[in-house]
Design a protein around this ligand. Structure first.
Ligand SMILES: Nc1ncnc2c1ncn2[C@@H]1O[C@H](COP(=O)(O)OP(=O)(O)OP(=O)(O)O)[C@@H](O)[C@H]1O
Ligand SMILES: [Mg+2]
Length: 251
């Protein structure tokens, strides 16, 4: 079942010098339920813009986003959408309120969706444990825990509303290799347990290869190739994908 569809998304930004940058130029893709879909491409090709358009953080110039068979109104989305769709960002410390403890932030999002205080608190401890974190971390501020711990907490917060989709934009880029693997393992186990669909944006082709079943390759605002990850990585058809792969393997 296709849980999310994006059709012909377009987004331009004014570059401040009299020109527009066509950051996303006719991007269409789908995400199956329970799928771990990769989105790769060089810096500046438009990956985060696609994430922002799908997550309702940016308003598209053209195109549609369809979630669970229903076309979403243009951004900002109503709150109800975020019960189904959550996002995790590259720098977890920046995505938490610096003045609220980790536990309070995880309670807040549930309270926002109508969960009572007592249940939200119990659930917060369960979520921290599920994300592999000790309960005492609940009482610390974002800057008082490590980057890896904070990213686990961000995942705990994202799954606290039992979403169907998580959009992950370079969520492992600020972490060391061992922690990267732990974070993707956590996501994989949650995907299986909750039938979560994950859009995994990364410039790390090894991580994408190891985790995703399908991959989209983006270049200059467009998707230039897509397919099963093994096929795309071993028999790329597009010249840009070939270049991307050769640049990785020759480093
Ligand atoms: N708010 C903005 N205003 C102006 N230009 C922007 C804005 N956001 C993105 N851009 C431009 O749009 C293009 C795509 O940016 P985007 O952040 O989507 O790339 P990316 O693929 O996520 O790159 P990276 O891998 O470095 O994160 C870039 O040229 C960028 O400079
Ligand atoms: Mg980006």
């Amino acid at each position: 079942m296709k849980i999310l569809k994006a059709t012909m998304l377009e987004k331009s930004f004014y570059n401040g010098a009299g020109n527009y940058i066509h950051a996303v130029n006719g991007v269409s893709f789908f995400l199956e339920q329970g799928e771990f879909l990769g989105l790769v491409g060089e810096s500046g090709c438009g990956k985060s813009t696609v994430a922002g358009l799908v997550a309702g953080l940016l308003r598209p110039d053209k195109g549609k986003v369809i979630l669970d068979e229903r076309e979403l109104q243009t951004a900002p989305y109503p709150k109800s959408v975020y019960r189904k769709l959550q996002m995790v960002f590259q720098n977890p410390q920046d995505s938490f309120d610096p003045h609220r403890t980790i536990g309070s932030s995880i309670i807040d999002i549930q309270r926002n969706f109508g969960v009572n205080k007592c249940d939200a608190r119990k659930q917060m401890y369960r979520l921290l444990e599920r994300a592999g974190l000790k309960p005492e971390l609940a009482h610390r501020l974002p800057h008082q825990i490590s980057g890896g711990e904070c990213q686990r907490a961000a995942i705990a917060r994202a799954i606290s509303v039992s979403p169907k989709i998580i959009i992950c934009d370079e969520i492992t880029s600020a972490l060391d290799v061992t922690v990267q693997a732990q974070i993707t393992e956590l996501l994989q186990s949650l995907r299986e347990e909750m039938r979560l669909s994950v859009l995994f944006i990364s410039h790390d082709l090894a991580l994408v290869q190891g985790n995703c079943s399908r991959v989209l390759v983006m270049y200059n605002g467009k998707i230039v190739e897509e397919g099963p990850v093994r096929e795309v990585m071993t028999q790329p058809k597009d010249s840009y994908t070939k270049l991307l792969l050769s640049s990785v393997f020759t480093v």
